[in-house]
Write a protein that binds this ligand. Structure first.
Ligand SMILES: [Fe+2]
Ligand SMILES: [Fe+2]
Length: 273
């Protein structure tokens, strides 16, 4: 067919068609690049191109995190790397997971010194606060993060991950502290819980898991996978079980074939009951 065309077409027609084809390719690229932001805005969708831009560590909000909350910045980088590797393993979106890891705690920028990873002078600002106030400040980093993410137009998927990254977990340290002072009947357990919802996507589930794993590994002297699981507090072990379940359900619903799924589950056994 091509030979026939080449035989019939004059050199001038061929050259003209080649130029048109070349310009068409460039035009298609320009239209696609121009339309992508419009489509992202209309459908609240974040493309991988935008995610790659957001992964740039020179983004102003990440630079602010590095300068104003260096402990949180380091934590976020580790979480980003962990979830990127985990997402690759289970067939989720590694670039989306990494970017969600980078930004999940930007809400700590409002009060960085109230978070232990940023307290380098050994002074804990919570020592002078009532446990209920401390819990309020910790819980607020989720809402503040959502606001910052919206202000910086990070996209709906990142906003949702920030909102979901602690699920409805309990801030047990301050809950127990308040219970010791006021007794179980004197406090409302829901005042010490994050508002949720629980992660709705595999990437958000991975961020929640990696967040706990990173924090747990910092408190252990010689962190190994089994020590991290064994050392997790009861509600964190619940979290492990729940997140492993979430990932498994997603794997079962995904397009992976049965054999691949079984291999994956063997490589990622459930935490011990
Ligand atoms: Fe957080
Ligand atoms: Fe975190």
């Amino acid at each position: 067919m091509i030979d026939l065309y080449l035989g019939m077409a004059s050199p001038a027609t061929l050259s003209f068609n080649a130029v048109i084809a070349f310009l068409g390719g460039i035009g298609a690229g320009i239209i696609t690049a121009g339309m992508a932001p419009v489509i992202e805005m209309l459908f609240h969708y974040t493309t991988d191109i935008t995610l790659l831009e957001l992964a740039n560590l020179d983004r102003p909000i990440l630079r602010r995190l590095m300068l104003e909350a260096p402990g949180t910045y380091h934590h976020s980088m580790v979480v980003g790397s962990l979830v990127e590797a985990a997402a690759t393993e289970i067939g989720a979106n590694p670039i989306l997971a990494k970017v969600c890891g980078y930004y999940h705690d930007v809400g700590k920028l409002k009060k960085p010194l109230y978070f232990i990873e940023n307290q380098s002078d050994g002074r804990n600002k919570h020592d002078k606060l009532a446990p209920s106030m401390s819990a309020l400040i910790l819980i607020a980093h989720v809402k503040n993060g959502v606001e910052i993410a919206r202000k910086h137009k990070l996209g709906q998927v990142i906003v949702d991950t920030i909102q979901q990254h602690h699920g409805t977990s309990l801030i047990s340290y301050f809950y127990e502290k308040a219970k010791a002072v006021k007794g179980e009947d004197g406090i409302n357990i829901d005042d010490f819980r994050y508002p949720g919802p629980r992660p709705q996507t595999r990437e958000a589930g991975l961020v929640m898991l990696a967040d706990v794993v990173e924090a747990a590994s910092r408190t252990l002297e010689n962190p190994t996978p089994s020590r991290i699981q064994a050392g997790a507090k009861p509600d964190q072990q619940d979290l492990f079980r729940w997140a492993a379940g979430l990932l498994r359900i997603d794997l079962e619903r995904s397009t992976l074939d049965r054999q691949k799924l079984q291999q994956d589950i063997k490589r990622h056994p459930s935490p011990p009951d």
